[in-house]
Design a protein around this ligand. Structure first.
Ligand SMILES: Cc1cc2nc3c(=O)[nH]c(=O)nc-3n(C[C@H](O)[C@H](O)[C@H](O)COP(=O)(O)OP(=O)(O)OC[C@H]3O[C@@H](n4cnc5c(N)ncnc54)[C@H](O)[C@@H]3O)c2cc1C
Length: 417
């Protein structure tokens, strides 16, 4: 079967990988000149396989209100007259109930664990390099209250081997000596030593090159404009350079998928939530952490990627563009200066901003549609790097008419009615 994939971010490229492995002829349409140039370009690099959680969580609505208007707030809300934003925001807040949170978290963890296994197989079978490390992620909590809450939640995890190791702050310093320089003090941490990290952009580029050698066609510099209907099927995609026809089409164009689906009267509840990162060269310095560190107070991730330290986070809802706003970049630099002052050449830090394709509940949409041969694999929000392999595998199963390994119900478009 000839399958068209729209979008060559980490999700589109892993989708193409599993479609090719299932024996399909695959064409990927990408508007940029290379793969992984948008949201998959400079994320926090954390592969959260045991700690995948939805953002829509109890406590988040009160945090948004408490931090409203602060330039350093982890959740920054721009109140705009944008119906799509308000509709998404209301649904997001409704998903913050304890019941919804638990259900989405359970679904995400199933998918995330499957992704770990698949990622290991991909690395083995392709031999690609992307600063992949297995040193673990240390989650740090600033206040006693948030630490105690996190410890209680950890203790409730049924499988012992999925639980992190609870550390008081002196144990955190022993686990990650780079923290001894920190002016910010934390109450304690939870160490997940089985978590992985890696550079999503390098991974996406490497897989796309591997696939090109395997015969997958990548049409770069082409923008998908419209989906073409033929009865209850999608016959192809109208692009900026003519029509591409396929037996099946998978949309992995992140937030742009919303516009493309509108051309066939389908609504997708995905909204772009902006995030920021800086990438600091660490050569000649010895103060960068070797563990990946997640600061839950400021919702920031610090990840060592070879000779670089990536610092990423913040959620800006209602941002008007994808520019790396100087005030937010400054806030990242200032916080890094406080936590890891000797990490590297902060003055050479590369700023970046990207738009997370967020669903209101925080789980991706990996789904069939009312059109027999149109599929969606997007909406991975803050977890696209962690979930890409499993969702690429799942969508290939759906396209190929096989039963996916992980129950697909929690990821269907129909959950939004
Ligand atoms: C600051 C930040 C930190 C993050 N940290 C982490 C993390 O530590 N761990 C984690 O798991 N996730 C993280 N994420 C989330 C993760 O980066 C995203 O979920 C993931 O990159 C989304 O991948 P994607 O392929 O869906 O989107 P993208 O990478 O944006 O790919 C979509 C592609 O579609 C193309 N496209 C769009 N429209 C068209 C069109 N009309 N025609 C042709 N091509 C089109 C785009 O050019 C793009 O290449 C983070 C995100 C941010 C912003």
């Amino acid at each position: 079967m000839k399958v068209i994939v729209v979008g060559a971010g980490v999700v589109g490229v892993t989708t193409a990988f599993y479609l090719k492995a299932d024996g399909h002829e695959v064409t990927v349409i990408e508007q940029n000149a290379v793969a992984g140039s948008e949201t998959s370009f400079a994320n926090a690099g954390q592969l959260c396989h045991l700690t995948a959680k939805p953002w829509a969580a109890p406590g988040v609505p009160s945090m948004i209100i408490r931090e409203f208007g602060k330039s350093t707030a982890p959740y920054l809300l721009h109140l705009r007259a944008d119906p799509a934003m308000w509709s998404w925001l209301i649904q997001f807040l409704l998903n913050c109930s304890p019941k919804k949170y638990s259900a989405t978290k359970a679904a995400l963890l199933g998918l995330a664990k499957h992704s770990t296994r698949l990622m290991k197989d991909v690395v083995k079978s392709t031999n690609i390099k992307f600063d992949y490390e297995s040193k673990g992620i240390l989650h740090l909590y600033g206040g006693e209250k948030s630490f105690t809450k996190a410890v209680k939640a950890e203790e409730k995890i049924p499988e012992e081997k999925s639980r992190g190791e609870v550390l008081d702050y002196s144990d955190c310093l022993a686990a990650e000596p780079a923290l001894t320089q920190s002016q910010v003090k934390y109450a304690g941490g939870i160490l997940h030593s089985y978590e992985h990290t890696g550079d999503a952009h390098q991974f996406t580029r490497a897989i796309s090159s591997f696939l090109e050698q395997e015969g997958v066609e990548f049409l770069y510099g082409l923008s998908a404009e419209k989906l073409l209907l033929d009865g209850n099927k999608v016959s192809g995609v109208l692009t900026s350079a003519g029509i591409q026809r396929g037996d099946a089409t998978v949309l992995s164009a992140a937030s742009e998928s919303v516009r493309l689906l509108k051309t066939v009267s389908l609504k997708l509840p995905v909204y772009p939530v902006k995030g920021y990162s800086i990438t600091i060269p660490t050569g000649g310095h010895n103060g960068a952490p070797s563990l990946s560190v997640h600061d839950h107070e400021r919702k920031l991730g610090f990840t060592r990627l070879g000779e670089r330290l990536r610092v990423a986070g913040t959620a800006e809802i209602g941002a008007e563009d994808k520019a790396a706003t100087p005030a937010r970049i400054r806030a990242l630099r200032e916080h890094t200066q406080k936590v890891f002052p000797n990490a590297g050449k902060l003055e050479l830090a590369e700023p970046w901003a990207g738009l997370r394709p967020m669903t209101p509940d925080g789980a991706p949409i990996i789904s069939r549609t009312k059109y027999n041969n149109l599929f969606i694999n997007t909406g991975h929000g803050s977890l696209g790097w962690s979930l890409a392999c499993a969702s690429g595998h799942m969508i290939s199963c759906l396209v190929s008419g096989r039963l996916p390994v992980v129950e697909p119900l929690g990821f269907g478009l129909e959950r939004y009615g």
